[in-house]
Design a protein around this ligand. Structure first.
Ligand SMILES: *Cc1c(COP(=O)(O)O)cnc(C)c1O
Length: 497
């Protein structure tokens, strides 16, 4: 039997993988999950000699059985090409006594490229397979990195339009410039007067708006999502954990079957969930260390079993992790509830109503694989500075949150298991905060003027993504209030509701 997908809030209905990608979010507001996690069907001994693209095929074919070999390979070839600045796609770098898996060598220099360079191809292939003739409208909320990576992925892709909402004052200068200079007739960018959670809830509400849906339908449109709730984002992320383990083995850094920990700087819980899926596929991963910034909802959750978003939202130097509602956690909740859609739906309803829920002791027992940790702003700065001084390696603020949590975990437990750190952005993307940590500046002032200095200190060449925006024209200036997102969509698509 081929693997099918179900909503985390409805046990009855099943859809194929390509349908799940097309829909993005289930109609009941739940997230699509595979009925089971498939096991790797190629041995590590064989995987260790494979390229990124070959590994991607081995992993993704298991999750997307209704894609033909030809279709899937074509998607992979189109995605992981010279848009990446290294043939390795996701290189491993040893920094001190940890391994950094650098996931920022794609077009927009953040890890979102790993999935968003393939999602447009998966989506248009899925549309073809399901005889969808409507134009697909991608609606996306971004805390900074998804937006640009999605815009870059979908720009001028036939049969699609993309609308990105970002929090006006919640992203870095580089992130904002990357988005507002995006070319492509089918791209639209809207700054909202609110934070990321407002943007994300707004987009979710648009998806659930039946009146809007039928108006769009009449106008020849169909919504889909490029957010990490789309299974077409999650599946490509499983690939690099398999790849990283295989390369550690190939490089002689670990023994066969040696278990490693993985530390992931976490926001919406997509990246770390992919690591959890990789573990369930059979990759010898021991602990999953979930690193948060000062918005430490997840840390508190792993410590107490209570998810509580009722707290102040903190703007930090790692904005892509400034999130109080981690959407993908729902997939984990569903799993630890024993794939009980009803129990999960109740908790999610409680979260929507009261902003909190508590899981049962039995569910907590199933969370043993996870450890939570967090870094304060000062600890994040300190980690960037210390690592630079002791090794010469410069990391970005998000990765630094993970590096701090990893070091803290090791100090507290004495655990010497080898650790892989998901390195999620280039330091150039957050040059202001990074230079405040390692340079003489206070991080204020014009971020773009610090790029040359970062190049001198890090000895890493300025990436193309940064060179491009330095004198690019601003093409998007649209702004709106949080409660006017629907109007913005209507205006962009020229539909009446
Ligand atoms: C999106 C993002 C994260 C958080 O990833 P999630 O999958 O949302 O947990 C961390 N770091 C960077 C640089 C990001 O862009």
């Amino acid at each position: 039997m081929d693997l099918l997908y179900r909503s985390t809030r409805n046990a009855e209905k099943t859809v194929t993988a390509s349908q799940a990608i097309l829909k993005g979010l289930a109609e009941d507001g739940g997230l699509f999950v595979p009925a089971y996690i498939p096991k790797l069907d190629v041995a590590m001994d064989e995987l260790k000699d494979m390229t990124y693209q070959e590994t991607a095929y081995v992993v993704m074919k298991q999750f997307l059985p209704d894609f033909t070999e030809e279709e899937l390979k074509e998607c992979i070839e189109k995605a992981y090409d010279d848009k990446f600045d290294t043939e390795l796609i996701a290189p491993l770098v040893k920094v001190g006594d940890t391994y950094h898996l650098e996931l920022f060598h794609g077009a927009t220099i953040a890890f979102k490229d790993m999935a968003l360079s393939i999602l447009p191809h998966l989506l248009t292939t899925a549309a073809r397979k399901n005889n969808v003739t409507k134009e697909i409208v991608i609606l996306t909320a971004t805390s900074g990195d998804t937006g640009k990576a999605a815009l870059a992925g979908f720009a001028d892709v036939l049969g699609t339009k993309i609308i990105v909402f970002y929090p006006k004052d919640g992203v870095s200068k580089v992130q904002e410039l990357q988005m507002v200079t995006q070319k492509g007739k089918n791209t639209f960018v809207v700054a909202i007067h609110g934070n990321f959670d407002n943007a994300q809830s707004g987009v979710k509400a648009l998806f659930e708006d039946q009146a809007l849906k039928s108006a769009l339908n009449e106008a020849g449109y169909q919504f889909s999502s490029a957010n990490s709730i789309n299974i077409g984002r999650l599946v490509p992320q499983v690939v690099y954990y398999v790849y990283a383990y295989a390369k550690l083995l190939q490089n002689g850094e670990i023994e066969k079957n040696e278990r490693i920990h993985v530390t992931v700087p976490t926001g919406n819980f997509g990246n770390i969930l992919a690591a959890y899926y990789a573990k369930q596929m059979g990759v010898p991963i021991d602990r999953l260390i979930c690193a948060s910034n000062e918005n430490k909802v997840l840390y508190d959750f792993f410590r107490t079993g209570k998810y509580d978003r009722n707290r102040d939202f903190v703007l930090t130097s790692s904005p892509s992790m400034d999130i109080l509602i981690s959407s993908n956690l729902e997939r984990l909740i569903y799993t630890i509830a024993g794939q009980d859609a009803e129990a999960n739906a109740q908790l999610m309803e409680q979260l929507a109503r009261e902003g909190e829920y508590e899981i049962t002791p039995q569910m907590r027992e199933r969370l043993q694989d996870f450890t939570g940790g967090y870094a304060t702003e000062e600890e994040t700065r300190q980690t960037i500075r210390d690592t630079y001084r002791s090794t010469g390696y410069v990391m970005d603020t998000h990765t630094a949150v993970a590096a701090h949590v990893c070091r803290d975990y090791r100090e507290k437990t004495g655990d010497t298991t080898k650790v892989l750190i998901a390195s999620t952005a280039s330091p150039y993307k957050f040059v202001g905060s990074v230079m405040a940590a390692i340079g003489d500046s206070d991080g204020c002032g014009d971020e773009l003027s610090m790029i040359g200095e970062l190049e001198r200190l890090s000895k890493v060449e300025v990436p193309k993504a940064i060179r491009e925006i330095q004198d690019a024209e601003i093409l998007h200036t649209r702004e709106c209030d949080v409660d006017k997102m629907k109007d913005a969509v209507k205006e962009i698509l020229k539909v009446e509701v």
